[in-house]
Design a protein around this ligand. Structure first.
Ligand code: ASP
Ligand code: MG
Length: 401
């Protein structure tokens, strides 16, 4: 008898009918002899609604309370799903993150999984139950309820699978992982396989299907992830260790993200000390920054730009106020209409000229970029959001994606 973790996202449990359909699918699997742990997200857009309510009260709600609030969404889904199983005559139990042993650390609303004490889940599986675990949530060392960042249920599912040493199946409303988001490029192709490395890169660069941290955990413990349509009708995508049989193109995928806040700090004295101070302050507040660029010194001053997630906008205000106290010359501006376009592929490690090709495609299409960063297997460009659609189409076409 094999154990499997199945995760159903918000769209798969958006209505009571859909919850019943999930229960039926899980029961089919159970009948085949597998033991199933089901991880679910909040119904439909529940998490957004919860956050909006908090924001009607305060523009920057307390993060501990936000966690308390957001975690309720998943609790509704697990309870309803468990009731559905029981109604169909199957023994089931719903568990919160805490009850499933998901221990977390870090900042509220952005916690990381520190460990999973899997005993309770195992005990219930051994008793023949279907175990339903609330995704996205855990408990920290102070006993407070925490959440793992938006889209965090994937991470909950993979963390459970890695402790149970089993495959993790992620069911969603798309057929699998596409090389380009089909909502942006209608000729996008579904991939049968993708390596952990490429998927991590694509996820962190904006491919919404999978959460980067989930893939990171899967890679670390070598747990295969299967992403597929929640009806199970079509073959999905396997995320697994790279092997030679995978397609050997320089570029596997293209992503675009609008979650870019570009911050520019002007009039920074051109001293290593000032630059260090800026980034130390940012680090102190746990803000993740992505691209960094700096202009050449002029009269002893430089301008420093960096990008981060839009959700950190208020924290950035706090940080830059702090910096201004120590470097009074600075002027800060924020740009929100920026998108990031990235090309990703393990094949890039062996092939040169990918960046040059992308530069020429952008320039032929009169698309200006602001910043560029590269990793071993990706190249990213920030552009004005208004050019995003054109950039995606031009790149996807000319790179044969
Ligand atoms: N419900 C959470 C969210 O909307 C977690 C998840 O869906 O994975 O972000
Ligand atoms: Mg998701």
């Amino acid at each position: 008898m094999a154990v499997v973790v199945q995760k159903y996202g918000g769209s798969s449990v958006a209505t009571i009918e859909k919850i019943k359909a999930v229960a039926e699918r899980v029961i089919e699997r159970k009948k085949k002899g597998d033991e199933v742990v089901v991880v679910v997200s909040a119904m439909g857009k529940t998490t957004d609604h919860l956050i909006n309510m908090a924001k009607e009260i305060s523009p920057n709600p307390n993060r501990r309370e936000l966690d308390m609030l957001m975690s309720t969404g998943e609790q509704v889904s697990i309870a309803l799903l468990s009731i559905a199983f029981q109604q169909f005559g199957y023994d089931a139990i719903s568990l919160t993150g805490f009850q499933a042993g998901i221990l977390t650390e870090g900042m509220h609303t952005k916690n990381r999984i520190a460990d999973v004490r899997i005993e309770n889940v195992k005990k219930h599986l051994d008793e023949g139950k279907i175990v339903i675990v609330a995704g996205f949530q855990g408990i920290n060392q102070f006993g407070d309820i925490t959440t793992l960042g938006r889209g965090g249920s994937d991470t909950s599912a993979v963390a459970l699978a890695s402790k149970l040493k089993c495959t993790c199946e992620i069911y969603t409303d798309v057929e699998g992982i596409y090389n380009v988001d089909p909502r942006m490029y209608s000729d996008a192709k579904k991939l049968d396989n993708i390596s952990y490395e490429e998927m991590m890169e694509m996820a962190s660069l904006g491919a919404g299907v999978m959460e980067a941290r989930a893939v990171e955990i899967a890679c670390k413990y070598n747990i295969p992830i299967y992403v597929a349509l929640n009806t199970g009708e079509k073959l999905g995508t396997y995320i697994k260790e790279y092997d030679e049989t995978m397609e050997n193109k320089a570029i596997t995928g293209l992503t675009a993200s609008d979650d870019v806040l570009m911050v520019t700090i002007r009039n920074v004295p051109c001293k290593a000390k000032s630059i260090a101070l800026i980034f130390e302050r940012i680090a102190k507040y746990n803000v993740n920054i992505d691209m960094i660029s700096q202009t050449a010194p002029l009269d002893g001053y430089v301008n420093v730009s960096f990008t981060t997630s839009k959700e950190d906008i208020y924290t950035i205000d706090d940080i830059t106020k702090e910096i201004k106290k120590e470097i009074p010359t600075i002027k800060v501006s924020k740009e929100l209409d920026i998108s990031k376009i990235s090309v990703v592929g393990i094949g890039m490690m062996k092939q040169s000229g990918v960046a040059a090709k992308v530069f020429s495609i952008l320039s032929e299409n009169n698309i200006e970029f602001k910043q560029v960063t590269t990793s071993e297997i990706s190249i990213s460009y920030t552009i004005d959001s208004i050019d995003k659609g054109r950039a995606v189409t031009a790149l996807a076409k000319e790179l044969n994606l």
